[in-house]
Design a protein around this ligand. Sequence first.
Ligand code: AMP
Length: 426
Amino acid sequence: MKILVVGGGGREHALAWACARSARVERVFVAPGNAGTALEPKLENVEIAAEDIDALLAFAAAAAVDLTIVGPEAPLVAGIVDRFAAAGLRCFGPTMAAARLEGSKGFMKEFLRRHSIPTAGYRRFSKTDFDAHYVLAQRLPIVVKADGLAAGKGVVICASHAEAIATAQRMLGGAFGAAGESIVIEEFLEGEEVSFIVIAGGQQVLPLATSQDHKRRDDGDLGPNTGGMGACSPAPLATPALHARIMQEIIEPTLRGLSADGHPYTGFLYAGLMIGPDGAPKVLEFNCRCGDPETQPVLMRLTSDLPALCEAALDGRLAGVEARWDPRAALGVVMAAGGYPDHYHKGDVIEGLEDAAKLPGKVFHAGTRLDGGRTVTNGGRVLCAVGLGDTIAAARRQAYDLVHAIHWRLVQYRRDIGHRAIARER
Ligand code: AMP
């Protein structure tokens, strides 16, 4: 079978690599891909941007692609699945209406409230009804969120009322374009964050292995928020009891609610959850796709046929399907360009990839491209080095052996990925 993976980041490299491991798969096209997907056996890059739905559709039809898997949120929110379905092509992901769970924070919060699914208390405002008095009456810190997609920059945790009002006014004033036309102001939740990713097919659901990511740029979970600087699987908090609560209190009612609203959800569904000091899970966010970098360690552990799982979801056959996992832990360390998540340089030559390829573990590419025979940096998050091990500590050693084999000018990475998990292991 032929597969098309849409996107060009580390998540898409991992998705394409996992698909290629299936004996049934002869070719995996990646649009647009990166240097890692360009060099991987069975994979082939196609020069089409992830947002160019017309060109993706034309390519999938012409190349007789059997299954398209969409990595990033933008084409999903823009309706790629609806367009492919209308053309009779199989595309794994939620429809435009279901993807609003990620595409609009206001829609998501109203959906959760309507279906009594636990989340932080909030109010939604637009430019015309913004009320600074509401902000002044809230406890600190306060979280201000742009409604639409803002490339991970649309959430600001404000330490003072003045900062919250200024942030709200900046968003409503157009700092994030259309994404900030409305905002959500919500209660700050204490606790520990857990990512919970499932494959959904309507109301049928298959949870993936648990994972936990590190969103802050610097060691000790300090510094600015990023797309994610590393992740490990399984998540240290993932007891069977918590797993059951998340399924019963969050995932199942969400899929039921979407179906009841007339927008059944098929695809990867990522719940960003805060587990409170009382052990209760609450929704921070939904993503309508896999997380990056969680996907890299999670898929390192998947031993089942990934395309078969996606097909089962599309065909309504997910009930009773089980995914098999490598019992070992996996841990991924993101290697980023210096200055990320703000200003950073592109085009630096990456040294040591051949040496790293001889070591155990796997280096997934994100912001890289081929320049002649060399691989150069081409984004903020550049690589994700994933190790496996009998413990998270062992997986971490393997991941950092990979990291230490690779170098470029101004590379930055955290030295403590997995620290919470390893503290729990001890
Ligand atoms: P989001 O994109 O909504 O998940 O927000 C990005 C990050 O901001 C989350 O992963 C959390 O670390 C943090 N965050 C968002 N909302 C809250 C909240 N209500 N309370 C505490 N932290 C939050």
